[in-house]
Structure formats: structure tokens, C-alpha cells
Design a protein around this ligand. Structure first.
Ligand code: FPP
Length: 234
């Protein structure tokens, strides 16, 4: 990856866990479990190549409508993974943060997340944002409601930005979506305005190191081609 443009902020829609499991005759939760290994790979590679911000769409506002059993399974997995990984993430300099209507999460999951965020809050090597109970329209509506409640009378794009869930993060340079669908699906609607989009048919549990490096290389080629124009963007 030497001499190549590395995206500063990568956002990922991790899709296809269910299909991965189905194709193997396994229950859906196995897809999520194996998908968690892809999350580890992507974090590791991000640290290696110098991605500074990584935002993962782990659970959408719409995902609450999935069968109760799957929702609870995902919540349990999330709690388990955070508990298992937080210390090594902390050692690696990863700062864990969340975006979304996180107050909707079960209290025990929220507790685990708070503990992880507190432990890693001073780290600066990689900012890992977990989008949980996240919706792009909900984020914009939440921002507008805060603006109203503060009695602000006028807003512009720059001041609006400060009301987003993570105003400190630069906008994503690269969005990756796995599993074939070519949609944004209510992810980071405001932030993706100028983001390069990368779609792959690979299902999330199969999206490992080499697939991620391929996406980053694809981005580097695009940026090199349009360097003058893209350079210096937020
Ligand atoms: C989409 O696949 C995936 C999800 C809704 C959950 C993603 C969660 C993980 C990979 C667990 C680990 C996450 C973190 C951040 C620690 P899908 O179920 O929509 O697949 P389908 O479209 O094939 O049904």
C-alpha cells in the first residue's frame, strides 16, 4: 500500500451475514458470529495501513423489526464481542465510540459499551464508531430537534454539522457495502454527500483482509485519477 492514498475515514455496511449462513444450511446467527471475524480483520488492517476513522453499520433503526430472537442474539453477540475485544483494542490504541439512538439498546449492552468507551476514550490511533440503532434520517431529525430546543434561529451546513452524532469525525472518504445491494439504506445520509462508493458481491463473513485491501486500492486509484479535485475535501 506504499505511496498510495489511504482513506482517512472508511464507513462499512456489513451486509450478507444471513445469506452466508443460509447458503451453508446454518442458522442466521452463525452468519453474524463469523461476520464478527471479518470485523476483527477490518480493524486490524485499518490499524496497519493507517485508516484513522472506521464506522461500522452494526444495527439499524429498522433492524429492530427482525424476529425478537435474532435481535436478542445480535445484542448478546455485541456484548460478548465488546467484552472479549476491548482490552486488545485498547492496547492497539483504538477508541471505541457509538452513534445512533443508543438509549434504545438493552441496558446491559449499553453498560458494556459505556465501559469500553470509557476505557478507550484517550486513544487516538483509530476511532472505531459502531452505528447501533442508527438511522441517517433519525440522525438528521435528532439534530434538528436539538437545534430547535436550543432556540437556534439560523443554521448553515457547517454549524449543522456540529449537531450530528459524531461532529468530531471527518466525513467518510470511502463507503463499502458488501453482499451485492447497491443502496445506502439510510446510513450516514448527510455525511456521504461526496464519499466514494464501493460495492462488492462478497458476503460480509467472507470480506476479509484481502477484500478490504482491494477496496482500499480501488479507492487509491480513483483518488489518484481525480487527485486535484478530491484533495483537501473535508
Ligand atoms: C447484515 O447481514 C448484518 C447485520 C445486521 C449485523 C452485523 C453485525 C455483526 C457482523 C456483528 C459484529 C459487529 C460488531 C460491530 C462488533 P444480514 O443479516 O442483513 O444479512 P442478509 O442480508 O443476508 O440477511
Amino acid at each position: 500500500m506504499e505511496n498510495k492514498k489511504i482513506p482517512r475515514h472508511v464507513a462499512i455496511i456489513m451486509d450478507g451475514n444471513g445469506r452466508w449462513a443460509q447458503r451453508r444450511g446454518l442458522p442466521r446467527h452463525m452468519g453474524h458470529k463469523v461476520g464478527a471475524e471479518s470485523v476483527r480483520d477490518v480493524i486490524r488492517v485499518s490499524l496497519e495501513v493507517g485508516v484513522e476513522y472506521l464506522t461500522l453499520f452494526a444495527f439499524s433503526t429498522e433492524n429492530w423489526t427482525r424476529p425478537q430472537e435474532e435481535v436478542m442474539g445480535l445484542m448478546h453477540l455485541l456484548k460478548f464481542l465488546i467484552r472479549r475485544e476491548v482490552e486488545s483494542l485498547n492496547r492497539e490504541g483504538v477508541s471505541i465510540r457509538v452513534i445512533g439512538r443508543v438509549h434504545k439498546l438493552p441496558p446491559d449492552v449499553l453498560e458494556e459499551l459505556k465501559r469500553a468507551m470509557e476505557m478507550t476514550k484517550d486513544n487516538t490511533r483509530l476511532y472505531l464508531y459502531l452505528a447501533l440503532s442508527y438511522g441517517g434520517r433519525a440522525e438528521i431529525v435528532d439534530a434538528v430537534n436539538r437545534i430547535i430546543s436550543e432556540g437556534v434561529k439560523e443554521i448553515d451546513e457547517e454549524s449543522f454539522r456540529h449537531y450530528l452524532y459524531a461532529p468530531e469525525a471527518p466525513y467518510p472518504d470511502l463507503l463499502i457495502r458488501t453482499a451485492g445491494e447497491k443502496r445506502i439504506s439510510n446510513f450516514l445520509l448527510w455525511q456521504l454527500a461526496y464519499t466514494e462508493l464501493y460495492f462488492t458481491d462478497v458476503l460480509w463473513p467472507d470480506f476479509r483482509r484481502d477484500e478490504y485491501l482491494k477496496a482500499i486500492e480501488d479507492y487509491a486509484r480513483r483518488v489518484r485519477r481525480f487527485g486535484g479535485v478530491v484533495e483537501g475535501r473535508s
